[in-house]
Write a protein that binds this ligand. Sequence first.
Ligand SMILES: NC(=O)c1ccc[n+]([C@@H]2O[C@H](COP(=O)([O-])OP(=O)(O)OC[C@H]3O[C@@H](n4cnc5c(N)ncnc54)[C@H](O)[C@@H]3O)[C@@H](O)[C@H]2O)c1
Ligand SMILES: [Zn+2]
Ligand SMILES: [Zn+2]
Length: 342
Amino acid sequence: MKALVKAKAEPGLWLADVPEPVLGPGEVLIKVLRTGICGTDLHIRAYDGWARQAVRTPLVLGHEFVGDVVDVAPGVTGISPGDRVSGEGHLVCGTCRNCLAGRRHLCRSTVGLGIGRDGAFAEYVTLPAANVWVHRVPVDPDVAAIFDPFGNAVHTALSFPLVGEDVLITGAGPIGIMAAAVARHAGARNVVITDVSPYRLRLAERVGVSLAVDVRTSGVEEGKRALGLREGFDVGLEMSGRPEALRTMVANMTHGGKIALLGLPSEEFPVDVARVVTSMITLKGIYGREMYETWYAMSVLLEGGLDLSPVITGRYPYQDFEEAFDEAAGGRCGKVILDWTA
Ligand SMILES: NC(=O)c1ccc[n+]([C@@H]2O[C@H](COP(=O)([O-])OP(=O)(O)OC[C@H]3O[C@@H](n4cnc5c(N)ncnc54)[C@H](O)[C@@H]3O)[C@@H](O)[C@H]2O)c1
Ligand SMILES: [Zn+2]
Ligand SMILES: [Zn+2]
């Protein structure tokens, strides 16, 4: 079968013929239909410092996908050939304290699909049945392909109650924009989003934010004034991984404000901890998705009319992966999709 492979320990990706994966005990074999390109895949293609220590070659990339089940191992129940599925890309150990307690998203030995084992940028992928999410209600295949990052957005956005609250989101990447759509849908009063890319701020406007602030030319303070916020934001969602974004957020929260942090900084950085203490701000780190509470929320949010279509801006057949990756790396885009059926 065809697959996108990190074949050599150097920058680049290779479209290669590799053996079809063999169904193991407790697994499900899936014919991949569409996949989403993630920042992680860009790091692996570029082979930067993180990728050098995180991946061993050869590796089939990819963790954001939708596909159809073609076979299930004996004993697997509740999943059948023909089911339309997406996959939870965090494979957990099942034996650590948190796994045993059912808190699988807190597993201490998570292995990443397409990072620590072969992934979904291929015609077929296998996954443990426990990692398969069946779409019981029809979902647009492009949206189903990005359930993984949509789950990051939902997990972060729903970390703290939002109804009637003023929400600040730093970073209008695909995940920040999806989080803005979720916050709106879930009943936030104001949703303010920041970025340094006019293109992405315009995309964010399409999901109905109250204000999209280009922090290169204007401040969050001005935005607060324009919306008539007298104190500060109640909930902050950090989705850029940038030190200055978290600092701006901390400075603009109300007393008792709650901040969920998804953005992954590339290095340590200082923040005004005295302000966190005296304003009694809560900081919560978010990794991945809750298994499977977040997935349930995603499916029913879409069923309830949440519209993610503005976030998908690029569609390519898998053979044109170089152009697709270049578009994703260029930043003038939302989510970029590869079609594996073309
Ligand atoms: N914790 C997790 O499980 C998890 C999972 C997926 C992604 N992530 C991280 O979440 C973040 C968002 O993911 P994404 O795919 O949307 O990434 P992305 O890189 O596409 O988006 C980040 C956005 O932040 C913007 N930005 C840069 N400087 C800024 C500033 N000073 N203020 C505001 N915005 C600024 C960028 O222009 C970009 O649009 C990334 O940091 C990613 O690494 C974390
Ligand atoms: Zn991803
Ligand atoms: Zn575990």
